[in-house]
Design a protein around this ligand. Structure first.
Ligand code: ADP
Ligand code: MG
Length: 301
């Protein structure tokens, strides 16, 4: 198969592993910097050019779109979709997953467990949102943050009020969320490929840190997840229309709750913590499912 990996940097662990796994299985694989792709949007014959060369007869595209380039990156993925090329995650599903509010709204419709979450635009309604999530301690987070940046734990209502007002003063959109204290600074990353969780790890926050992100100094370990956690992760990916997803769960007193669903989950942490060949699982999935024109996304929202 002719496979393209859309990635800004071929030296990133995830990109390298996907390239290696595809090559080992005998595929013709290339890494393409999507910011260097030029789109020709002509009636009937949409094309993508890369350094002057038309990218034709591609069997599958693996998008690895960075959070800071969602707009251009998803436009390139969409262009491949218009050409009928199989894209592992669709442009719409990627765009959807980038917005934490949209993501939680879609999950809530499916009845998937979530931390109680509020959203408001006006600072006049701050107290209302704080009450909605049951008061302090609570978590405030930027709608489009990643790697734990923009996620703040507010211990008191007064602190929460100030943080919310400060963010809103900067015109930043934020979610206000119930703090799941019992999770003990630990979350679960479930790596979903198709309708299976192919690997799962537990991430534990650094001492004194409630965020468990590896980028914030957290450590990862292989873990066994319950059947309920497994179904929650798979249903979440499906609700977002993602074939490959990193679903982050917290273990709350009322069962697993989803914090977010990532469309370009990293491979390094999960492969080293679980010693599993996640890249290989992704390639196997593409081999089984890549058919031209199978991109249509029927999710409303
Ligand atoms: P990011 O996209 O920046 O990773 P997350 O929403 O995943 O943002 O939050 C980062 C980390 O903060 C999570 O992995 C988790 O450890 C912690 N966290 C986030 N929300 C909550 C919450 N409501 N209760 C407890 N811990 C939380
Ligand atoms: Mg996260």
């Amino acid at each position: 198969m002719k496979i393209l990996i859309l990635s800004r940097n071929r030296n990133l662990y995830s990109t390298r592993r996907l390239e290696e796994a595809a090559r080992e299985s005998g595929h013709d694989v290339r890494v393409i910097d999507y910011l260097r792709c030029v789109m020709d949007i002509t009636a009937h014959r949409p094309k993508v050019f890369y350094q002057g060369e038309a990218l034709l007869d591609v069997d599958a595209v693996i998008p690895r779109i960075g959070a800071s380039h969602t707009f251009y990156g998803t436009a390139v993925v969409r262009q491949f979709e218009m050409m009928g090329t199989f894209c592992l995650n669709s442009s719409q599903a990627i765009a959807r997953s980038r917005d934490k509010l949209r993501c939680l709204q879609l999950l809530s419709r499916r009845g998937i467990g979530l931390p109680v979450t509020g959203f408001a635009s006006s600072t006049k309604d701050v107290q209302g949102v704080i009450d909605l999530v049951g008061g302090a301690p609570l978590v405030v987070k930027l709608l489009e943050g990643t790697q734990g940046i923009g996620v703040v734990l507010c211990e008191t209502s007064k602190a929460a009020e100030s943080v919310i007002e400060a963010f809103r003063g900067l015109n930043a959109d934020i979610l206000v969320q119930e703090y799941i204290k019992e999770a003990g600074s630990t979350d679960l990353r479930c790596f979903v490929v198709g309708d299976r969780v192919v690997a799962a790890m537990k991430r534990i926050g650094a001492p004194g840190e409630f965020r468990s992100n590896l980028h914030r100094g957290g450590t990862a370990a292989k873990t066994k997840i319950t059947p309920e956690e497994r179904t929650t992760a798979v249903r979440s990916a499906k609700a977002m229309g993602l074939r490959v997803a990193g679903v982050d769960l917290l273990r709350s007193n009322h069962g697993p709750v989803v914090m977010e669903v990532n469309s370009s989950p990293g491979l390094e942490g999960i492969e080293s913590a679980t010693e599993s060949d996640v890249a290989g699982r992704i390639v196997r999935f593409i081999e089984r499912h890549a058919k031209p024109g199978s991109n249509w996304d029927r999710i409303v929202g």
